[in-house]
Design a protein around this ligand. Structure first.
Ligand SMILES: Cc1cc2nc3c(=O)[nH]c(=O)nc-3n(C[C@H](O)[C@H](O)[C@H](O)COP(=O)(O)OP(=O)(O)OC[C@H]3O[C@@H](n4cnc5c(N)ncnc54)[C@H](O)[C@@H]3O)c2cc1C
Ligand code: SF4
Length: 333
């Protein structure tokens, strides 16, 4: 049985108290939301915080609301289960609801939060292992070692962003509200992740993610999320694809596709809007444009042997899942 290391737990009753605790303990502390990513990682000795600052009592972070301008705001502690079932999330951001519904399995979605999913640590078949296993391998760049087992001779960790909600948030143009003891800032999701598997977000020390903000979408907004995984439940994505297609008067006016489980950050497919814009529903030209988007994705995306699943097979699946995501989005009206 894998045991947790020893740590203290603090349970602040407000965001202000949580920020104060984080500032006081510095890098000895880690935030715990649902704990469904953090606790397995602690059991694997991927981190050893002396203090966990729990967000469990912060009811102020557990609400979904819609602002006057139509912005959808999900508190960081909204569970994935609640996000996936919420009528406003389904209506205003269907790709996000579908992504939340496909994370893991029911129990973990009830514990796991939207904020924890955004901040999910990157994953790799050589790091999400016991300490004993990693030691036997000689460790790796991400922790305790000097080499990468995925990219021979590589000097940068390429562990994969594996959070299902991240590509959906990218296509929706979402932002993150981040708070520190000395202020708050808003960062666009597209600027928040970077290609470093050891730490792929721009969350600053002592900072809390308090909310995810999804701007109002066009009237003809449609969205979807599809996921390649080895079973229909519990598995992290081997590939995840989110699509947004905006349709007005029967014609596509804008589109976006983003993918996860390729590299350390979620990636946006280039040129999708140019292919689909102006194509009309029901016409062969739209089908052709979707085919072309799949082909373009095959050229742009190159899965690595970082997560489970044969990477060449995952590459072959890229166009298939891009086509499925776009068709599912179009069919979601
Ligand atoms: C068997 C299994 C299968 C899984 N399958 C999937 C899957 O298919 N897809 C997927 O995306 N995930 C999957 N997960 C991972 C996890 O369940 C989800 O990503 C979940 O959303 C994490 O949320 P959490 O609240 O439990 O995060 P936690 O584990 O509490 O935290 C995750 C990280 O975020 C930080 N953090 C959390 N909230 C905040 C905040 N508000 N501000 C600052 N830092 C914060 C924590 O310090 C930690 O580093 C799986 C996990 C398991 C154990
Ligand atoms: S990508 Fe390389 S450095 Fe990063 S976790 Fe995997 S083996 Fe380690």
């Amino acid at each position: 049985m894998l045991r947790l290391p020893r740590f203290d737990v603090q349970e602040p009753a407000s965001v202000a108290e949580a920020l104060e605790a984080l500032a006081r303990h510095g890098d000895r502390a880690k935030v715990i939301a649902g704990g469904t990513d953090l606790l397995p990682n602690l059991k694997h000795r991927l981190a050893a915080p002396a203090v966990l600052v729990s967000l469990a009592r912060l009811d102020e972070l557990k609400a979904v609301r819609v602002e006057a301008d139509g912005t959808l705001v999900l508190g960081a502690m909204v569970s994935l289960d609640a996000a996936g079932a919420h009528a406003e999330v389904l209506r205003r951001a269907p790709a996000l609801a579908l992504a939340a519904r496909q994370v893991s399995g029911p129990q973990l979605r009830r514990m796991g939060t939207v904020g924890g999913n955004v901040l999910l640590d990157t994953r790799c078949r050589y790091i999400n292992q016991t300490h004993f296993w990693r030691k036997a391998l000689g460790f790796c760049l991400k922790k305790d070692g000097t080499v990468c087992h995925v990219v021979s001779g590589g000097s940068r960790c390429v562990a994969a962003a594996s959070n299902d909600t991240a590509p959906a948030l990218l296509t929706l143009g979402a932002s993150l509200s981040l708070r520190r003891a000395d202020g708050e800032r808003t960062v666009k999701v597209e600027d928040f992740f970077h290609a470093d598997g050891t730490a792929n977000t721009r969350l600053a020390p002592g900072e809390l993610l308090v909310a995810v903000r999804v701007p109002a979408q066009r009237a003809g907004h449609r969205g979807a999320y599809v996921k390649l995984r080895s079973r229909e439940s519990i598995d992290f994505p081997q590939l995840g694809v989110a699509a947004r297609v905006d349709v007005e008067g029967g014609a596509v006016v804008d589109a976006d596709v983003a993918l996860v489980a390729l590299q350390a950050r979620p990636v946006r497919l280039k040129g999708v809007a140019d292919l689909l814009r102006g194509r009309r529903e029901g016409e062969a030209a739209l089908e052709t444009a979707i085919e072309q988007a799949g082909a373009r994705a095959y050229q742009q995306c190159h899965p690595m042997p970082n997560v489970p699943g044969d990477h060449e097979y995952r590459h072959e699946m890229v166009p298939v899942y891009v086509r499925r995501a776009l068709k599912a989005a179009l069919g979601s009206a």
